[in-house]
Design a protein around this ligand. Structure first.
Ligand code: TYD
Ligand code: MG
Length: 454
């Protein structure tokens, strides 16, 4: 029986229903709808309870307003890069990630870095006791940093403290642990998470503090995903890692003050997170004899060029339906590439099992990776190693034509920096830091692979 003041809220997207149902119509997630008592009040209604008349708001112009406050640098180049070049005062950032990926560790290091730079930092943890955080800080050698540390989960207390203390940077670890006594819903529910985030963001905008919210991402939707918060904050950064690997990517999926898809690369070590200033080296295989089926893709993540190795294995199949497996690239994209190679270049991938892997555990989503994948596939099919001195990039159309890739110059510069001697790419600008072998169709690439001298 549903109680009178009970509503059913999707724990993934926050959609409200009058009765329970198995699937959320809004976000399509299954089994995420749960009964919650009451509804969130309007922002700022905490404890107010009285109706007042609206005030007239003053309009201003786009121009003027004097100097902007400079961005706050954290002293961590990778983090600053992912944020679009430092922290903007008065902004709210959401750091999402799986449990155990290192969100608390990263933010503790950032807190210490900012505090050492002279800013006032408040670190509020609802997950760990202060003693546990101190222990971690000691292990990371950060216990001297002047960070104000507290363990609290009551939103009212936190807001009162922040209003009295006026820190420059506030870190809330995590948003799911906060609860407001003005709402009857349980902590961790969408209603609570949304209301808490709203109040804290209001505080940040009003006071000019930088607000970090940590949010857990859970697959089963038991705890409110930070999805609802994503719309409210200025930047959403995802901290990701491939299972069983030490490196971590901080990826900006939304940023009102910088480029989205910007990445910062870290490595988890015994002494905390270490910045990886030159990630291309991480994703390229060891030097040595070139092997068939390997090609180097000159990619770009955000504004950062990144070289990654594609590895393919093509072998005659014994099955009626050949096997296709891909790690780090899109499955549908692989099928498309194989179909185009078969149809336009007369190759016979249909009779082969195909395995494709992106080295280092990175996931590539760029269309410009098509050509590098095709090069790796052909190299394995012909059993001809590609020269280790060349990078490959370009988007492949269904017709087999190669389309230019954005930021070609940045890719070529990075390749040159890492000692590559040439590139295979669609026709681009006039000047190039390294010689480019221009390919106009997929046939040209196949020809290049056939004649390649590995
Ligand atoms: P943590 O920051 O607690 O993750 P989150 O807040 O995202 O849940 O990090 C937990 C993991 O990081 C844990 O498995 C241990 C590892 N770790 C290290 O490897 N080295 C370190 O110096 C620290 C502090 C943690
Ligand atoms: Mg944590």
């Amino acid at each position: 029986m549903a109680r009178a003041n009970e509503s059913h809220v999707c724990q993934s997207c926050g959609a409200v229903y009058s009765k329970w149902q198995g699937r959320c119509d809004d976000c399509g997630e299954w089994n995420t709808i749960a009964a919650e008592a009451g509804e969130a009040g309007p922002p700022g209604s905490l404890g107010a309870g009285k109706k007042t008349k609206g005030k007239i708001v003053d309009f201003t112009t786009l121009k003027g307003g004097g100097e902007f406050e400079p961005r706050l640098l954290t002293g961590n180049a990778e983090f600053d890069r992912a944020c679009g070049g430092g922290l903007v005062p008065g902004s709210a950032l959401l750091i999402g990630g799986d449990p155990g990926v290192g969100k608390s560790t990263l933010l503790l290091q950032i807190a210490a870095g900012v505090a050492k730079g002279g800013a006032r930092v408040a670190y509020l943890s609802g997950e760990e006791a202060t003693a546990q955080i101190r222990l971690r800080a000691q292990r990371l050698g950060l216990d001297e940093a002047p960070v104000a540390l507290a363990s609290a989960t009551a939103l009212r207390d936190i807001l009162a403290t922040l209003k009295a203390d006026k820190p420059d940077v506030v870190i809330i670890d995590s948003i799911q642990t906060l609860w407001s006594d003005a709402l009857p819903a349980a902590p961790g529910t969408v209603t609570q998470v949304r209301a808490s985030a709203q109040e804290l963001i209001r505080f940040a905008k009003g006071s000019g503090a930088v607000l970090f919210l940590v949010g857990h991402v859970t697959k089963d939707g038991q705890i409110a995903g930070p999805r609802v918060v994503e719309h409210m904050v200025d930047a959403v950064l995802y901290f990701e890692s491939e299972q069983g690997r030490a490196f971590r990517l901080l990826r900006a999926v939304k940023n009102r003050f910088g480029a989205a898809h910007e990445i910062g690369v870290f490595e988890m070590t015994g002494g905390g997170l270490r910045e990886v200033a030159n990630p291309s080296e991480l994703f390229l295989s060891e030097p040595g004899e070139p092997a068939p089926g390997a090609s180097v893709f000159a990619g770009v993540e955000g504004t950062r060029p990144l070289l990654v190795e594609f590895q393919a294995l093509v072998s005659p199949t014994t099955f009626a339906a050949p096997r296709r497996a891909v790690v780090g690239w899109d499955n549908a994209r692989l099928s498309m590439m194989l179909a185009v190679l078969d149809a336009r270049c007369g190759l016979e991938f249909g009779r082969h099992d195909v395995f494709l892997n992106v080295a280092g555990g990175l996931r590539i989503a760029e269309p410009a990776a098509d050509l590098a994948a095709a090069a790796a596939l052909c190299s394995s099919l012909f059993d001809r190693p590609l020269p280790k001195t060349h990078v490959v990039f370009g988007e492949v159309a269904l017709s087999g034509a190669i389309r230019p890739a954005p930021q070609a110059e940045a890719r070529l510069k990075e390749a040159k920096k890492l000692g590559f001697k040439g590139a295979v790419a669609p026709k681009g600008g006039d000047e190039s830091p390294i010689p480019v072998t221009c390919v106009e169709t997929l046939g040209d690439l196949v020809q290049w692979v056939r004649c390649a001298d590995g």
